[in-house]
Design a protein around this ligand. Sequence first.
Ligand SMILES: [Zn+2]
Length: 307
Amino acid sequence: MSKRYSIGVDLGGTNLRAAVIQEDGNLIEKISSSTPIGTSPEPAVEDIVNSIRTLQSRYGAAELAGVGVGVPGFIRMKEGVIAGWNNRPAFNGYPVRDEIEKRLGKKVILENDANAAALGEKWMGAGRQVDDLVLLTLGTGVGGGIIIGGRVLHGYLGMAGELGHVTVSPNGNPCGCGNAGCLEKHASATAVAAMSQLLFPGTQMTSEDVFNLAVKGDARAHSIFRAMGEYLGVALAALVNIFNFPLYLLSGGVLAGWDMFAPSMIGEVERRSFTYRNATTRIEKAMLGGEAGLYGAAYLPFQTHGR
Ligand SMILES: [Zn+2]
């Protein structure tokens, strides 16, 4: 007889991923679907349902506590729908949760992917010792999750924690959300690549290329990471001022450049936050990497949550 477990699903990347995780946080199996997530929701939902059925047949239907699904974009918790996913407009308004529940006959909890990652770090990662934390995921965009009292802060509809869209530069780069100067337009992998086009005209560099140049000592490449650190610092100072949490975590591929952006980041936080200067506050790297969202999604059914 196997132990009680739940299934965490991550719809966030290019492919669907799902993990079987036991109540004690032990990840026992992880699968990913070979088909990329397309533009229409039905095949993605089919894919999720098939993955869950496969895992359920291996570990037992009776022991399955529930399913958590992390999805990108703004979500409406109560209705279980994605309200806004910039790159996949066909998903907007689609009842993802109910469609999966209908096919499976199991309770499904939908969560924003960055919120799920923050919860995963709280459960089994860098935030295990605290009840309150913020996670910023620095990828092609910037996601955010706020954990308060061990739970995701949702706001009244489920759209809270969209920290990638806080303004860090009033007249900054335009963003798909309608704003200009969003954190994710100034402190993501995409932003690093975009800044490189200004400093290295005529080139097409990825954030990794910029990182490699900076490691070799290139001053312009360094200045890109320094700028990114300043923008992160502006956002973090505001978060520290608002929450006075003990822990703020950063994750994502851009963390490779930590040594290059952290000094300017911390400098800005010190300059802009009285709270930071007068309270012990840790700003650190997250631990679970790309698996944080799977842990968090799987944890949702274990927290007697919401509905
Ligand atoms: Zn935005």
